[in-house]
Write a protein that binds this ligand. Structure first.
Ligand SMILES: C[S@@+](CC[C@H](N)C(=O)[O-])C[C@H]1O[C@@H](n2cnc3c(N)ncnc32)[C@H](O)[C@@H]1O
Length: 282
């Protein structure tokens, strides 16, 4: 396969469309997303005939593992390939190149005729506010949303507004490594991501090692999952950690549901890593 550079992080894949150039560890994230989308639909199709999927950081639908010729599907394509299908897809990205490539890849999948697919080329906060106006009626539908940013690119209020009075499970790529590297910059955006400033003092103290035994990652996760509980997410999991090749944690895939069944699904699909190894708790 030949690939040439195309803007930030984009290369041309073997299907002649842009793909995200990513590191090896991305495989673990996509493995989990593929499996939760699969079990969500398989487990719920007889109970809910309207099941929607929201992906505000959808990307172009394909990733190329850096330094290799390995191509893997991105989150929206994995969701669309799920054997039992979602009925409605709400896909967004702020990059027009990504969204255009994604639309072409989704079209090639030839989804069942009755499936509806909506695209939004917009910043995630704005896209989600547009998406929430287009969603199926809350009473008769069930949703899964995957928030997969590079950093703290959406505000907590976006999740709070989107999920209000909805049965919507969440998978959130919580960027532990990025926050630990960049917390001294762009603080107002980080505060919006974390839903306020209560995380700040304990987190900064942990970063400065003033509170022995307090891990900065744990402080952040406890604060964030506490905010999720505050908007009605009773069943939360934060044990899926993705590391880089030097065993440093890059991010946590947080799962949140308002229903026990959602957490059961997550526990089932995340018990083992892609390698087959049992997952350790943080
Ligand atoms: C980590 S990648 C997502 C990968 C995708 N979920 C997958 O599995 O292949 C992040 C994506 O978010 C987009 N992006 C970055 N900042 C954004 C923002 N503020 N709003 C919406 N999209 C954004 C980028 O163009 C990129 O495609």
């Amino acid at each position: 396969m030949t690939s040439r550079s195309r803007g930030q992080g984009l290369v041309i894949a073997s299907d002649e469309l842009p793909a995200l150039e990513v590191a090896e560890h991305t495989k673990e994230k996509e493995f989990v997303i593929e499996r939760i989308a699969g079990i969500f639909n398989a487990g719920m199709r007889n109970l809910w005939n309207r099941r929607y999927y929201i992906d505000p950081f959808a990307g172009p639908g394909m990733c190329l593992i850096k330094g290799t010729a390995t191509e893997i599907d991105g989150s929206p394509i994995l969701a669309a390939k799920s054997r039992a299908k979602f009925t409605d897809y709400f896909l967004a990205d702020k990059s027009p190149d990504c969204l255009d490539a994604l639309e072409k890849r989704i079209t090639r999948l030839a989804l069942p005729e009755q499936t509806s697919v909506h695209y939004y080329q917009d910043d995630a906060d704005m896209a989600v506010s547009r998406i929430s106006k287009d969603l199926p009626p809350a009473r008769s539908s069930l949703g899964l949303a995957v928030f997969d940013p590079w950093g703290w690119d959406f505000s907590f209020a976006t999740i709070a507004n989107l999920s209000e009075r909805r049965r919507l499970d969440l998978v959130i790529n919580f960027p532990i490594g990025y926050i630990k590297r960049n917390w001294e910059k762009e603080l107002p955006k980080l505060d919006m991501f974390m839903n306020g400033t209560s995380y700040k003092e304990p987190f900064q103290a942990a970063m400065r090692r003033e509170t022995p035994g307090e891990m900065p990652a744990r402080v952040l996760l406890d604060s964030y999952t506490g905010e999720l509980r505050g908007i009605g997410y009773e069943y939360i999991r934060d044990h899926v950690l993705v590391d880089n090749s030097r065993h440093r944690t890059l991010y946590c895939l947080i799962f949140a549901s308002k229903h026990e069944r959602g957490a059961d699904f997550w526990d089932k699909v995340t018990q083992r890593k892609q390698s087959g190894q049992l997952r350790m708790l943080l």
